[in-house]
Design a protein around this ligand. Structure first.
Ligand code: NAD
Length: 360
Protein backbone atom coordinates (compact mmCIF):
# COMPACT_ATOMS: atom_id res chain seq x y z
CA UNK A 1 0.00 0.00 0.00
CA UNK A 2 1.23 3.49 -0.79
CA UNK A 3 1.20 6.21 1.88
CA UNK A 4 0.81 9.91 1.23
CA UNK A 5 2.99 11.93 3.61
CA UNK A 6 3.47 15.66 4.05
CA UNK A 7 7.15 16.60 3.97
CA UNK A 8 8.05 19.88 5.69
CA UNK A 9 11.76 20.58 5.13
CA UNK A 10 11.88 23.45 7.66
CA UNK A 11 14.88 25.78 7.72
CA UNK A 12 18.48 25.90 8.98
CA UNK A 13 19.78 22.33 8.77
CA UNK A 14 16.20 21.08 8.19
CA UNK A 15 16.21 20.74 4.38
CA UNK A 16 19.42 18.64 4.25
CA UNK A 17 18.27 16.41 7.09
CA UNK A 18 14.75 15.81 5.76
CA UNK A 19 16.24 15.00 2.35
CA UNK A 20 18.58 12.45 4.00
CA UNK A 21 15.65 10.92 5.91
CA UNK A 22 13.44 10.86 2.82
CA UNK A 23 16.10 8.98 0.84
CA UNK A 24 16.55 6.46 3.67
CA UNK A 25 12.79 5.81 3.87
CA UNK A 26 12.63 5.33 0.08
CA UNK A 27 15.52 2.85 0.31
CA UNK A 28 13.46 0.57 2.59
CA UNK A 29 11.13 -0.04 -0.36
CA UNK A 30 8.03 1.39 1.33
CA UNK A 31 5.89 3.19 -1.20
CA UNK A 32 5.42 6.81 -0.24
CA UNK A 33 4.04 9.74 -2.14
CA UNK A 34 5.58 12.86 -0.59
CA UNK A 35 3.65 16.12 -0.61
CA UNK A 36 6.03 18.99 0.08
CA UNK A 37 4.73 21.83 2.27
CA UNK A 38 6.57 24.90 3.51
CA UNK A 39 6.92 26.40 7.00
CA UNK A 40 9.42 28.76 8.64
CA UNK A 41 11.90 30.80 6.63
CA UNK A 42 11.03 29.27 3.25
CA UNK A 43 7.33 29.91 3.87
CA UNK A 44 8.03 33.53 4.89
CA UNK A 45 9.90 34.09 1.63
CA UNK A 46 7.27 32.40 -0.54
CA UNK A 47 4.00 33.42 1.13
CA UNK A 48 4.82 36.11 3.70
CA UNK A 49 3.56 33.82 6.47
CA UNK A 50 5.65 31.43 8.61
CA UNK A 51 2.90 28.79 8.73
CA UNK A 52 0.57 28.92 5.72
CA UNK A 53 -2.90 27.32 6.01
CA UNK A 54 -2.01 25.14 3.00
CA UNK A 55 0.69 23.44 5.09
CA UNK A 56 -1.68 22.64 7.95
CA UNK A 57 -4.33 21.50 5.44
CA UNK A 58 -1.83 19.13 3.86
CA UNK A 59 -1.02 17.52 7.24
CA UNK A 60 -4.73 17.33 8.14
CA UNK A 61 -5.47 15.63 4.83
CA UNK A 62 -2.53 13.19 4.84
CA UNK A 63 -2.63 12.66 8.65
CA UNK A 64 1.14 12.09 8.81
CA UNK A 65 4.07 14.48 8.30
CA UNK A 66 7.84 14.32 8.47
CA UNK A 67 9.13 17.70 9.52
CA UNK A 68 12.53 19.38 9.70
CA UNK A 69 13.38 21.84 12.48
CA UNK A 70 12.27 25.47 12.21
CA UNK A 71 14.06 28.50 13.66
CA UNK A 72 12.26 30.62 16.25
CA UNK A 73 13.61 34.16 16.40
CA UNK A 74 14.30 35.01 20.07
CA UNK A 75 12.30 37.86 21.64
CA UNK A 76 10.93 39.20 18.35
CA UNK A 77 9.57 38.12 14.96
CA UNK A 78 7.09 35.26 14.67
CA UNK A 79 6.24 32.94 17.55
CA UNK A 80 7.45 29.36 17.36
CA UNK A 81 6.09 27.69 14.23
CA UNK A 82 6.86 24.35 15.88
CA UNK A 83 4.57 25.14 18.81
CA UNK A 84 1.96 26.61 16.43
CA UNK A 85 1.83 23.37 14.40
CA UNK A 86 1.34 21.30 17.58
CA UNK A 87 -1.45 23.62 18.75
CA UNK A 88 -3.21 23.93 15.39
CA UNK A 89 -3.33 20.14 14.90
CA UNK A 90 -3.83 19.35 18.59
CA UNK A 91 -0.77 17.11 18.64
CA UNK A 92 -1.04 16.74 22.38
CA UNK A 93 1.52 14.01 22.99
CA UNK A 94 5.20 14.45 22.32
CA UNK A 95 7.03 11.11 22.39
CA UNK A 96 10.81 11.22 22.66
CA UNK A 97 12.60 7.90 23.03
CA UNK A 98 16.20 8.03 24.29
CA UNK A 99 17.90 4.78 23.36
CA UNK A 100 21.62 3.95 23.36
CA UNK A 101 23.25 2.80 20.16
CA UNK A 102 26.64 1.13 20.71
CA UNK A 103 29.41 3.27 19.22
CA UNK A 104 28.18 6.64 20.48
CA UNK A 105 30.33 8.76 22.79
CA UNK A 106 28.50 8.66 26.08
CA UNK A 107 29.01 8.06 29.79
CA UNK A 108 26.25 5.46 29.82
CA UNK A 109 25.43 2.20 28.08
CA UNK A 110 22.08 0.51 27.51
CA UNK A 111 19.87 3.52 28.11
CA UNK A 112 16.31 2.87 27.01
CA UNK A 113 14.02 5.65 28.20
CA UNK A 114 10.93 7.30 26.77
CA UNK A 115 9.94 10.86 27.58
CA UNK A 116 6.28 11.71 27.03
CA UNK A 117 5.73 15.44 27.12
CA UNK A 118 2.36 17.18 27.27
CA UNK A 119 2.35 19.37 24.19
CA UNK A 120 -0.59 21.75 24.45
CA UNK A 121 -0.50 23.66 27.74
CA UNK A 122 1.79 24.97 30.45
CA UNK A 123 4.13 27.90 29.79
CA UNK A 124 4.03 26.98 26.09
CA UNK A 125 0.37 28.02 25.80
CA UNK A 126 1.63 31.29 24.30
CA UNK A 127 -0.26 33.50 26.77
CA UNK A 128 2.23 36.22 27.52
CA UNK A 129 2.06 39.79 28.73
CA UNK A 130 4.77 42.20 27.67
CA UNK A 131 6.51 44.40 30.19
CA UNK A 132 4.91 47.85 30.39
CA UNK A 133 1.86 47.10 28.19
CA UNK A 134 -1.64 48.18 29.19
CA UNK A 135 -2.83 44.57 29.52
CA UNK A 136 0.12 43.72 31.75
CA UNK A 137 -0.54 46.65 34.06
CA UNK A 138 -4.20 45.63 34.35
CA UNK A 139 -3.24 42.03 35.03
CA UNK A 140 -0.74 43.04 37.70
CA UNK A 141 -3.40 45.21 39.37
CA UNK A 142 -5.91 42.32 39.35
CA UNK A 143 -3.39 39.86 40.73
CA UNK A 144 -2.49 42.27 43.50
CA UNK A 145 -6.14 42.80 44.30
CA UNK A 146 -6.97 39.07 44.46
CA UNK A 147 -3.78 37.70 46.01
CA UNK A 148 -2.50 40.66 48.01
CA UNK A 149 0.91 39.83 46.55
CA UNK A 150 3.14 42.42 44.90
CA UNK A 151 4.47 42.09 41.36
CA UNK A 152 7.10 44.57 40.19
CA UNK A 153 5.50 46.99 37.64
CA UNK A 154 8.33 46.40 35.15
CA UNK A 155 7.57 42.66 34.94
CA UNK A 156 6.71 40.55 31.91
CA UNK A 157 4.29 37.70 32.66
CA UNK A 158 3.81 34.24 31.13
CA UNK A 159 0.74 32.23 32.06
CA UNK A 160 0.97 28.54 32.95
CA UNK A 161 -2.39 26.82 32.40
CA UNK A 162 -2.61 23.12 33.27
CA UNK A 163 -6.01 21.47 32.98
CA UNK A 164 -7.47 18.24 34.29
CA UNK A 165 -8.63 17.45 30.72
CA UNK A 166 -5.20 17.73 29.08
CA UNK A 167 -3.47 15.96 31.97
CA UNK A 168 -5.88 13.04 31.93
CA UNK A 169 -5.37 12.75 28.18
CA UNK A 170 -1.55 12.76 28.30
CA UNK A 171 -1.22 10.45 31.30
CA UNK A 172 -3.67 7.99 29.76
CA UNK A 173 -1.64 8.18 26.55
CA UNK A 174 1.53 7.45 28.58
CA UNK A 175 0.03 4.37 30.25
CA UNK A 176 -1.42 3.06 26.99
CA UNK A 177 1.97 3.61 25.33
CA UNK A 178 3.60 1.71 28.21
CA UNK A 179 1.24 -1.24 27.78
CA UNK A 180 1.63 -1.32 24.01
CA UNK A 181 5.41 -1.04 24.11
CA UNK A 182 5.95 -3.38 27.08
CA UNK A 183 7.21 -0.66 29.40
CA UNK A 184 7.03 -1.57 33.07
CA UNK A 185 7.02 1.76 34.88
CA UNK A 186 5.55 5.24 34.40
CA UNK A 187 7.11 8.08 36.40
CA UNK A 188 5.17 11.34 36.59
CA UNK A 189 7.48 14.33 36.97
CA UNK A 190 6.29 17.68 38.37
CA UNK A 191 7.10 20.45 40.82
CA UNK A 192 3.84 19.85 42.67
CA UNK A 193 5.28 20.86 46.03
CA UNK A 194 5.64 24.48 44.84
CA UNK A 195 3.03 24.98 42.10
CA UNK A 196 0.13 23.36 43.86
CA UNK A 197 -2.67 24.41 41.51
CA UNK A 198 -0.93 23.57 38.23
CA UNK A 199 1.68 20.87 38.80
CA UNK A 200 -0.37 19.79 41.82
CA UNK A 201 -3.35 19.21 39.54
CA UNK A 202 -1.13 17.35 37.07
CA UNK A 203 0.04 15.04 39.86
CA UNK A 204 -3.40 14.52 41.39
CA UNK A 205 -4.90 13.71 37.99
CA UNK A 206 -1.99 11.35 37.22
CA UNK A 207 -2.68 9.44 40.42
CA UNK A 208 -6.34 9.07 39.43
CA UNK A 209 -5.46 7.79 35.95
CA UNK A 210 -2.78 5.47 37.37
CA UNK A 211 -5.41 3.65 39.46
CA UNK A 212 -6.87 2.18 36.28
CA UNK A 213 -3.53 0.57 35.44
CA UNK A 214 -2.76 -0.91 38.87
CA UNK A 215 -1.20 -4.36 38.56
CA UNK A 216 -0.33 -3.70 34.91
CA UNK A 217 2.17 -0.82 35.01
CA UNK A 218 4.09 0.52 38.02
CA UNK A 219 3.36 4.15 38.85
CA UNK A 220 5.92 6.42 40.49
CA UNK A 221 6.18 10.15 41.30
CA UNK A 222 9.20 12.46 41.18
CA UNK A 223 10.02 16.15 41.50
CA UNK A 224 11.64 17.61 38.41
CA UNK A 225 14.75 19.03 40.10
CA UNK A 226 15.48 15.71 41.78
CA UNK A 227 14.68 13.90 38.53
CA UNK A 228 17.39 15.87 36.71
CA UNK A 229 19.94 14.63 39.23
CA UNK A 230 18.60 11.06 39.33
CA UNK A 231 18.76 10.81 35.55
CA UNK A 232 22.42 11.82 35.58
CA UNK A 233 23.28 9.45 38.44
CA UNK A 234 21.02 6.44 37.83
CA UNK A 235 19.32 6.68 34.44
CA UNK A 236 18.72 2.92 34.38
CA UNK A 237 16.22 3.24 37.23
CA UNK A 238 13.72 4.85 34.85
CA UNK A 239 11.59 3.56 32.03
CA UNK A 240 8.93 6.01 30.84
CA UNK A 241 8.56 9.58 32.11
CA UNK A 242 5.43 11.71 31.66
CA UNK A 243 5.76 15.46 32.21
CA UNK A 244 4.07 18.81 31.66
CA UNK A 245 5.27 20.72 28.60
CA UNK A 246 8.25 22.76 29.84
CA UNK A 247 9.82 20.07 32.03
CA UNK A 248 9.30 17.61 29.18
CA UNK A 249 11.22 19.88 26.84
CA UNK A 250 14.15 20.27 29.22
CA UNK A 251 14.30 16.68 30.44
CA UNK A 252 14.16 15.28 26.91
CA UNK A 253 17.27 17.29 25.99
CA UNK A 254 18.91 15.91 29.14
CA UNK A 255 17.97 12.39 28.01
CA UNK A 256 19.40 13.14 24.56
CA UNK A 257 22.65 13.95 26.39
CA UNK A 258 22.56 10.54 28.07
CA UNK A 259 22.59 8.73 24.73
CA UNK A 260 25.20 10.82 22.94
CA UNK A 261 23.60 14.10 21.99
CA UNK A 262 20.89 15.82 20.01
CA UNK A 263 22.21 14.43 16.74
CA UNK A 264 20.63 11.05 17.51
CA UNK A 265 17.45 11.90 19.46
CA UNK A 266 14.19 11.38 17.53
CA UNK A 267 10.66 12.51 18.33
CA UNK A 268 6.99 12.33 17.42
CA UNK A 269 4.06 14.66 18.04
CA UNK A 270 0.86 12.65 18.18
CA UNK A 271 -2.76 13.76 18.14
CA UNK A 272 -6.11 12.03 17.83
CA UNK A 273 -6.08 12.22 14.03
CA UNK A 274 -2.62 13.34 12.94
CA UNK A 275 1.05 12.78 13.74
CA UNK A 276 4.11 14.88 12.94
CA UNK A 277 7.56 13.30 13.23
CA UNK A 278 10.56 15.49 13.95
CA UNK A 279 13.94 15.37 15.71
CA UNK A 280 14.33 16.73 19.24
CA UNK A 281 16.99 19.18 18.05
CA UNK A 282 16.47 22.56 16.47
CA UNK A 283 17.62 24.16 13.22
CA UNK A 284 21.27 24.68 14.32
CA UNK A 285 21.58 27.72 12.01
CA UNK A 286 25.38 27.81 12.27
CA UNK A 287 25.54 24.50 10.34
CA UNK A 288 22.83 25.34 7.77
CA UNK A 289 23.73 24.31 4.23
CA UNK A 290 27.13 22.94 5.30
CA UNK A 291 26.37 19.21 4.88
CA UNK A 292 27.70 18.80 8.43
CA UNK A 293 24.82 18.00 10.79
CA UNK A 294 24.03 14.46 11.88
CA UNK A 295 20.97 13.10 10.01
CA UNK A 296 20.39 10.28 12.53
CA UNK A 297 17.81 12.04 14.72
CA UNK A 298 15.76 12.85 11.64
CA UNK A 299 16.18 9.32 10.22
CA UNK A 300 15.18 7.75 13.55
CA UNK A 301 12.15 10.07 13.58
CA UNK A 302 11.32 8.56 10.19
CA UNK A 303 11.69 5.10 11.81
CA UNK A 304 9.05 6.16 14.37
CA UNK A 305 6.91 7.35 11.46
CA UNK A 306 7.23 3.97 9.71
CA UNK A 307 6.14 2.20 12.91
CA UNK A 308 3.18 4.58 13.16
CA UNK A 309 2.28 3.60 9.57
CA UNK A 310 2.51 -0.06 10.66
CA UNK A 311 5.47 -0.58 8.33
CA UNK A 312 7.34 -2.50 11.04
CA UNK A 313 9.61 -4.43 8.67
CA UNK A 314 10.82 -1.28 6.95
CA UNK A 315 11.27 0.42 10.32
CA UNK A 316 13.35 -2.50 11.64
CA UNK A 317 15.50 -2.53 8.48
CA UNK A 318 16.19 1.19 8.70
CA UNK A 319 16.88 1.17 12.43
CA UNK A 320 19.31 -1.76 12.05
CA UNK A 321 21.12 0.08 9.26
CA UNK A 322 21.51 3.18 11.46
CA UNK A 323 22.74 1.00 14.31
CA UNK A 324 25.36 -0.69 12.12
CA UNK A 325 26.72 2.57 10.74
CA UNK A 326 27.00 4.08 14.24
CA UNK A 327 28.63 0.91 15.61
CA UNK A 328 31.24 0.92 12.81
CA UNK A 329 31.94 4.59 13.57
CA UNK A 330 33.47 5.16 10.13
CA UNK A 331 30.89 6.98 8.03
CA UNK A 332 29.54 9.18 10.79
CA UNK A 333 29.30 12.92 11.26
CA UNK A 334 31.62 15.02 13.44
CA UNK A 335 29.50 14.72 16.60
CA UNK A 336 29.85 10.91 16.66
CA UNK A 337 33.63 10.96 16.24
CA UNK A 338 36.00 10.87 19.26
CA UNK A 339 36.64 14.61 18.78
CA UNK A 340 34.57 17.10 16.74
CA UNK A 341 37.62 18.06 14.64
CA UNK A 342 38.26 14.44 13.58
CA UNK A 343 39.22 14.68 9.88
CA UNK A 344 37.55 11.33 9.09
CA UNK A 345 34.06 12.72 9.88
CA UNK A 346 31.70 12.53 6.90
CA UNK A 347 28.91 14.89 5.89
CA UNK A 348 25.13 14.58 6.29
CA UNK A 349 24.67 13.16 2.81
CA UNK A 350 27.54 10.68 3.10
CA UNK A 351 26.25 9.34 6.41
CA UNK A 352 22.81 8.86 4.86
CA UNK A 353 24.48 7.09 1.88
CA UNK A 354 26.26 4.73 4.30
CA UNK A 355 22.96 3.96 6.05
CA UNK A 356 21.25 3.31 2.72
CA UNK A 357 24.03 0.85 1.74
CA UNK A 358 23.28 -1.14 4.91
CA UNK A 359 19.55 -1.47 4.30
CA UNK A 360 18.74 -5.05 3.38
P1 NAD B 1 19.72 23.29 18.22
O1 NAD B 1 19.19 21.95 18.61
O2 NAD B 1 19.36 23.77 16.89
O3 NAD B 1 21.31 23.25 18.27
C1 NAD B 1 22.08 23.23 19.46
C2 NAD B 1 23.43 22.59 19.14
O4 NAD B 1 23.25 21.18 19.10
C3 NAD B 1 23.98 22.94 17.77
O5 NAD B 1 24.71 24.11 17.78
C4 NAD B 1 24.82 21.73 17.46
O6 NAD B 1 26.07 21.85 18.11
C5 NAD B 1 24.03 20.61 18.09
N1 NAD B 1 23.16 19.93 17.13
C6 NAD B 1 21.82 20.10 16.96
N2 NAD B 1 21.37 19.31 16.00
C7 NAD B 1 22.43 18.62 15.54
C8 NAD B 1 22.61 17.64 14.53
N3 NAD B 1 21.60 17.17 13.80
N4 NAD B 1 23.86 17.16 14.31
C9 NAD B 1 24.90 17.59 15.03
N5 NAD B 1 24.80 18.51 16.00
C10 NAD B 1 23.58 19.02 16.25
O7 NAD B 1 19.27 24.29 19.37
P2 NAD B 1 19.33 25.87 19.43
O8 NAD B 1 20.63 26.36 18.89
O9 NAD B 1 18.91 26.20 20.80
O10 NAD B 1 18.15 26.31 18.47
C11 NAD B 1 18.33 26.77 17.12
C12 NAD B 1 16.96 27.15 16.58
O11 NAD B 1 16.12 25.99 16.48
C13 NAD B 1 16.20 28.12 17.48
O12 NAD B 1 15.58 29.07 16.68
C14 NAD B 1 15.18 27.24 18.20
O13 NAD B 1 14.04 27.97 18.57
C15 NAD B 1 14.87 26.24 17.11
N6 NAD B 1 14.35 24.95 17.63
C16 NAD B 1 13.47 24.32 16.82
C17 NAD B 1 12.98 23.09 17.20
C18 NAD B 1 12.03 22.39 16.28
O14 NAD B 1 11.99 22.71 15.11
N7 NAD B 1 11.23 21.45 16.76
C19 NAD B 1 13.42 22.47 18.37
C20 NAD B 1 14.37 23.13 19.16
C21 NAD B 1 14.83 24.38 18.76
Amino acid sequence: MSHKITLIPGDGIGPELTEAARRCVEATGVKIEWEKAVAGQEAMEKTGEPLPDATLDSVRKNKVALKGPITTPIGSGFRSVNVAIRHALDLYACVRPAKSYPGTKTFYKNIDLVVIRENSEDLYAGIEFEEGSFGTQKLIASIEEYTKKKIRPDSGISIKPISRYATERIVKFAFEYALKNKRKKVTVVTKANIMKFTDGLFLKTSREVARHYEGKVIFEEALVDNMAMQLVQKPHNYDLLVLPNLYGDIISDLCAGLIGGLGIAPGANIGEHTAVFEAVHGSAPKYAGMNKANPTAMILSAVLMLRHLKEEKAADKLESAVKEVIAEGKSVTYDLKPTPADPSAVGTKEMADAIIRKIR
